[in-house]
Design a protein around this ligand. Structure first.
Ligand code: GLN
Length: 282
């Protein structure tokens, strides 16, 4: 079957959901990933045909059901690095790339520092930091064994050493992590922060496909994870150590209060490229 015929069959239906330009780029991503055919090759040979079209047809069907392209392909890019993704881990967001860049700006690249990423998911934060800070020892924690399996695959894929620990930050005992490291120079986290009441603003591609465990918190207690992590950091950061969070854009000031109440100094609240309060450090 000719690729261009397949493309034409699905165009109309998909265009009404995503718009023409995005559908084109999805199509090229799919043929590149499944058949190793680039858009340039296809442009040069518009009659390019494949024997078995099932894979791409199935993928286009999934796109129609609003399954994210990253989950269909099973891979995405974060900070220029490849990451495997599936329904057990969030698809890394550009805002989180900004968080990683911020951490990298604030740390001494030559010191042999110790880093802990809490709620690592795909491992995107921990692995990007390990890749950029070859002298750092990086630990990453997650409550989900399935997420950790993916994170480990991603550490191998990117050829870095990260020590993964399966634990729930809400219940983790001090002892459990003492065996890991006595003190951390950097603690970083992008925990769940979307309040249940914000669900109605979210698109079906996110709501129906991404792990709710990684996204949502109860309206009554939106800072649950931040409180636990801040307390943990109060006793597990080294002298002059730094705590970094990605945050809910509506809770920036509550986060400043939380860090102040826990005696953090040099608190900085930072906006993302969309001018939303998106990260904080202390
Ligand atoms: N920024 C993500 C979203 O809007 C949420 C990430 C999180 O909850 N940590 O879908």
């Amino acid at each position: 079957m000719k690729l261009k015929d397949i493309q034409n069959t699905y165009h109309q239906e998909l265009d009404s959901i995503y718009g023409e330009e995005e559908v084109n780029s999805f199509f090229f991503m799919l043929i590149e990933s499944f058949y190793g055919v680039s858009r340039i090759q296809l442009a040069m040979d518009s009659d390019y045909a494949i024997d078995d079209s099932k894979e791409i047809m199935d993928a286009l069907e999934l796109l129609k059901q609003q399954k994210p392209i990253q989950y269909i392909i099973g891979e995405t890019e974060f900070n220029g690095l490849p990451f495997k993704v599936n329904g057990h881990v969030l698809i890394p967001r550009p805002e989180t790339e900004e968080l990683v860049e911020w951490v990298l700006k604030k740390v001494d690249h030559n010191k042999p520092i110790t880093i802990l990423d809490i709620g690592t998911g795909s491992g995107c934060i921990a692995i990007s930091l390990a890749k950029n800070l070859p002298n750092a020892k990086v630990f990453a924690l997650d409550v989900s064994a399935k997420a950790l399996k993916t994170a480990k695959e991603n550490a191998d894929l990117n050829d870095v050493n990260v020590e993964f620990v399966e634990a729930d930050i809400l219940t983790v005992g001090h002892a459990e992590l003492v065996s890991v490291s006595h003190k951390f120079d950097i603690i970083v986290s992008n925990p769940p922060y979307v309040r249940e009441k914000e669900k109605r603003f979210m698109k079906p591609n996110v709501l129906e496909n991404e792990p709710h465990l990684a996204l949502f918190v109860k309206d009554e207690n939106p800072l649950l994870f931040y409180e636990a992590i801040t307390q943990f950091a109060s006793s597990n950061l080294s002298m002059g150590g730094q705590l970094f969070f990605e945050i809910n854009e509506y809770l920036g000031h509550d986060m400043v209060d939380l860090l102040n109440d826990n005696n953090f100094k040099n608190i900085e609240l930072k906006q993302d490229i969309f001018k939303k309060d998106r990260m904080i450090k202390g």
